[in-house]
Design a protein. Structure first.
Lengths: 639, 132
């Protein structure tokens, strides 16, 4: 290929020498190295964060590449843009503007590659997204791109309608785009051979371009004006226009314009029958297009070149060019196909990814469900544990209480037992004393009776016998009186010996004696007031006995607990009711708190048997008053 | 007229004393003597009270004492007079005897004359109670 182009270059130099064209036209290849102007972008891209920052660098890079017509670069960054957008973790709404931009870039790239349908497709997508994102700029840009394609596809009316509307809608806001739109409008009119209208649009575009000092657009418009001149068969003007624009574009770095200028120039040479020159121009344009990988230009250059060679009847070269053209066409087709395949691949990949995502989501849902389940189980365990714990605690508490009450009970029982034991002991002692006293009494009674009855009786008998002898002597009289004295002595002795019971001692005396035995210690003063004493002494013996025991019990209590110094016992019988009032001046007790011991219990049961009433009145440090009332139905007169 | 007596006392010495003073009072003759009340009742049950006028009895005797004896006699043989001669001068006992229609009471240490007076008063149909 390089050889081939060199050959053409040599030819061209020959041509130019022979023909001596009116203007000197130079053709040269443009070095296609990485431009230094783009370096900062590449550097920035290396360090840029993923997301908006990177996207804005893409945008600027692509804009640069569009200016230079680097199709592959445009498509590369366009695709990268779309790809990174896909991975961008932002809601779709915020992605729309970026998609509008990316698809616009892809549309431009496809257009440069001659893939017009593809380009239309991208632009429509971009347009929709720009509308969704409410971006006027990209609506305008995409519409312009679309119109460009329509023009190339010879749908000029469609393009005109679209552009006119777009200019009225957005014209004022974006002057650069408006210039482009005017140019395209002119193009459209041109293709419809409406030269006057086209001229008008171009003039308007040129005016705006110069006004806004947009050199690129100015050159583009100028190129279009040259095209118009060509269409109007003003070849001289066209040639000049192409040449000047081409050169200016080259010197200012607008490579795309330079290409187009070169191509148009080549075509013009061809039209004018300057086939050799045309071939040289086209060859250079072709080489430059190859360098830029711009297939559209390559194709157009080759078509014109093939015709030119055929006109020159250089069929060998024409054939070679045709082969190249075929190759380029093929390349375009394969590219288109590759594009389709790529798209399919992308679709497949997206599907795959979606699947992966959905499976991931499913996994997540399953995991979440599992987590939820475990949580529920944990909660259930916890709740169950508490539910079990509460009755266990309650049971423990109850058990503890039970143990406590049991220990208290045993304590109380022990207390009661000791009380009982002491009471029993006391009773035993009392019984013992009683028994010994009774025994003593019995003995004394027997001795007294013996003394009284036997010795007394015998003495009486002796006295009677002696009395019959009194008449005999005074001595007997003396004996008689001595006997009488002895008899009296025996009686007295026996009477003092005889126990109270025997003597039928009164109940009141018994109590007095009991009191005397207690108060003999001197610690306590006891007074007893029976009233009326006679009636009380005449009470039934059973009642007397019970009363005596009750008094004994009360006395014991007082001596044990009260620490009293004075006790008053009132016993009175009035209106067939016996009342016992027992008062002490001891320390007293709280009636509501007193645990009625065995003593009180005994008294209660005794009084209950006599159908009596029992009442305690006491308070701390106020002594104690106990009153007992017993109804008396019968009194015993038996003595 | 002769009065027949029956004497009950568990002390032989007192009966002997009584018999010795009765030798000075010929109108009285002792039909029988007994050691306790039960013997008296047994004798009366067998022989009846015919020709018997007066019972002289002690109070404290074994088996049947004078109070009981007096009660039974006054119930069964009301015609037989009773004179109690006892060491006891207890008001309550005397009261009980009077309730049972005893005819007389004399303490044991009474003089010979008082005893005889009591006996004579009772057999005449009157009551005699010693002042002591």
């Amino acid at each position: 290929m390089l050889c081939f182009s060199n050959l053409h270059a040599q030819e061209a130099s020959k041509d130019s020498a022979n023909e001596d064209p009116p203007q000197r036209i130079t053709f040269s290849t443009i070095p296609n190295t990485r431009e230094d102007s783009l370096l900062p972008y590449y550097e920035a891209l290396k360090t840029a964060d993923f997301g908006s920052q990177r996207f804005s660098i893409f945008e600027q890079l692509v804009e640069e590449h569009i200016k230079k017509g680097n199709t592959d670069s445009i498509l590369h960054y366009g695709n990268l843009y779309v790809k990174e957008l896909g991975n961008w973790e932002k809601p779709d709404i915020s992605k729309n503007l970026h998609y509008a931009k990316a698809h616009y870039f892809l549309g431009i790239g496809s257009h440069f590659n001659g893939l017009l349908d593809k380009s239309v497709e991208w632009h429509i997508k971009g347009l929709q997204e720009a509308e969704a994102a409410n971006s006027n700029e990209y609506q305008f840009k995409n519409k312009i791109g679309l119109a460009h394609n329509y023009i190339l596809k010879s749908e000029s009316d469609k393009a005109i309608a679209m552009l006119t509307k777009a200019i009225t809608n957005f014209g004022a806001e974006f002057p650069d785009q408006t210039i482009q739109a005017r140019i395209l409008l002119g193009n459209a009119q041109l293709s419809k051979q409406a030269y006057v209208l086209a001229k008008k649009e171009f003039d308007e575009g040129l005016r705006m371009a110069t006004d806004f000092k947009n050199l690129e657009k100015e050159l583009t418009v100028k190129l279009e004006i040259a095209k118009l001149a060509e269409a109007q068969a003003d070849y001289e003007k066209a040639f000049q226009g192409y040449e000047s624009v081409r050169n200016e574009a080259l010197s200012n770095g607008f490579i795309a314009i330079y290409f187009e200028g070169s191509l148009l120039l080549g075509r013009l040479y061809y039209k004018e029958g300057m086939y050799e020159t045309a071939n040289i121009a086209l060859s250079v344009a072709y080489i430059n297009a190859i360098n830029r990988e711009n297939l559209q230009f390559q194709r157009e250059a080759l078509i014109v070149q093939a015709r030119s060679f055929s006109k020159l009847e250089d069929y060998k070269n024409a054939y070679a060019i045709m082969t190249q053209l075929f190759g380029v066409n093929n390349q375009i087709n394969t590219k288109q196909q590759r594009e389709i395949i790529k798209e399919l691949e992308i679709q497949y990949e997206t599907l795959q990814k979606e699947k992966a995502i959905s499976s991931l989501e499913e996994d997540q849902i399953i995991k979440a469900a599992e987590l939820e389940r475990q949580k529920t189980i944990k909660n259930a365990f916890l709740i169950g544990f508490f539910i079990i714990l509460i009755p266990v605690i309650a049971l423990l508490y109850l058990y503890y209480q039970k143990i406590q009450t049991q220990s208290e009970l045993t304590k109380k029982q022990e207390e009661i037992n000791t009380q009982k034991v002491t009471a029993l002991k006391q009773e035993q002692e009392l019984n013992l004393i009683k028994a010994s006293i009774e025994g003593q009494d019995e003995e004394r009674k027997r001795i007294a009776q013996e003394l009284h009855d036997s010795i007394g009786g015998n003495l009486a008998g002796i006295k009677l016998q002696v009395s019959t002898m009194t008449g005999d002597s005074d001595k007997w009289k003396a004996i008689n009186s001595q006997l009488d004295e002895t008899y009296q002595l025996v009686r007295d002795i026996s009477h003092t010996l005889i126990p109270k019971k025997f003597k039928q001692h009164a109940f009141s005396d018994l109590i007095r004696e009991y009191i005397a035995s207690i108060s003999s210690s001197g610690k306590i003063k006891i007074s007893f007031h029976p009233h009326p004493e006679m009636d009380i002494n005449a009470l039934d013996e059973k009642v007397q006995m019970e009363l005596f025991k009750v008094i004994q019990e009360l006395m014991t209590n007082t001596l044990k607990h009260a620490e009293a110094s004075n006790v008053d016992i009132h016993l009175s019988l009035l209106n067939k009711e016996l009342s016992l009032l027992f008062e002490d001046n001891g320390q007293g007790f709280d009636v509501s708190k007193i645990k009625e011991g065995i003593g009180f219990e005994n008294i209660r049961s005794r009084i209950k048997e006599l159908n009596g009433k029992f009442h305690i009145d006491s308070s701390k440090n106020r002594g104690c008053v106990i009153s007992i009332e017993i109804p008396i139905t019968t009194t015993s007169h038996e003595i | 007229m002769k009065y027949n007596l029956i004497i009950a006392d568990d002390h032989k010495m007192f009966i002997d004393g009584l018999l010795s003073i009765l030798s000075d009072a010929p109108e009285f003759s002792v039909t029988t003597t007994a050691k306790n009340g039960a013997q008296v009742i047994k004798y009366l049950d067998i022989n009846g009270t015919k020709d018997l006028h007066l019972l002289i009895t002690d109070l404290s005797m074994p088996e049947m004492d004078g109070i009981e004896l007096n009660r039974i006699i006054k119930e069964k043989y009301p015609t037989l007079k009773t004179l109690v001669v006892s060491m006891h001068i207890d008001g309550g006992m005397i009261e009980k005897l009077i309730q049972n229609n005893v005819d007389g009471y004399v303490p044991k240490n009474a003089e010979k004359d008082e005893l005889l007076t009591a006996m004579r008063t009772i057999v005449k149909g009157e009551k005699y109670f010693s002042r002591k």
